[in-house]
Design a protein around this ligand. Structure first.
Ligand SMILES: [Zn+2]
Length: 209
């Protein structure tokens, strides 16, 4: 377990994100939150085991991601024929139809970005479990911040749902296991992001240096 001990959180002065008031943030015990003295906005949180939860969710996301990209995504049945597509064959088919820009967008936002986000969480958190600071902690942390907005699997899944409704009258459309994995992956990645507390993380990195 990561140590989020109270004595590991040094007191600091920080500006409130809501009203810009400078607050003296006290040493935070695990499970507590520091709020602005003027507007009650959240300054810092030190949730219990937040980094452990982020790492566990990253591992769950990795398993779901592997299922999402390797197993059938959708199956179309018409006149006795059933055609299965996966995420990667879908990207290839878009490319073959000359829709290179759309293929690139799907590839980046639904295949590369989620994998990169999962990799970043694991790279940033796994060495800390062994008491070591990651070697490239700053560039990988910056990369995580830059990549996260490009992780748009929920938009992709919404597009799939719209297509399912439109195609329902023309052919039998069977969602594959990858669709369900993708749907749960949205939840696990969002949870990993919301559990990752930068202040607690950098404090832990300093402790391991
Ligand atoms: Zn404030």
């Amino acid at each position: 377990m990561f140590e989020s001990s109270a004595d590991a959180m040094p007191p600091t002065i920080t500006a409130c994100h809501e009203c810009d008031l400078l607050n003296h943030v006290p040493v935070l015990a695990p499970g507590t939150t520091a709020r602005c003295t003027r507007c009650n906005g959240v300054l810092y949180r030190n949730p219990k085991d937040c980094l452990d939860r982020t790492l566990a969710l990253a591992f769950a996301s990795l398993a779901l991601y592997l299922v999402a990209v390797t197993f059938p995504f959708l199956a179309f049945g018409s006149g006795g024929n059933v055609v299965e597509t996966s995420l990667l064959t879908g990207v290839r088919d878009l490319h073959r139809q000359g829709l290179d820009l759309l293929a690139a967008v799907v590839l980046i936002t639904s295949v590369i970005a989620p994998a990169a986000v999962i990799f970043c969480y694991m790279y940033l958190l796994l060495p800390l479990k062994r008491g070591r600071s990651p070697v490239y902690v700053q560039p990988v942390y910056r990369a995580l911040r830059a990549i996260t907005p490009w992780n748009m699997i929920e938009v992709f899944l919404l597009g799939i749902l719209v297509a399912l409704v439109k195609l329902a009258g023309m052919a039998e459309v069977i969602p594959g296991i990858a669709v369900w994995s993708f749907a749960i992956l949205i939840i696990t990645l969002a949870s990993a992001s919301s559990n990752f507390e930068p202040a607690v993380y950098w404090n832990e990195v300093e402790r391991c240096r």
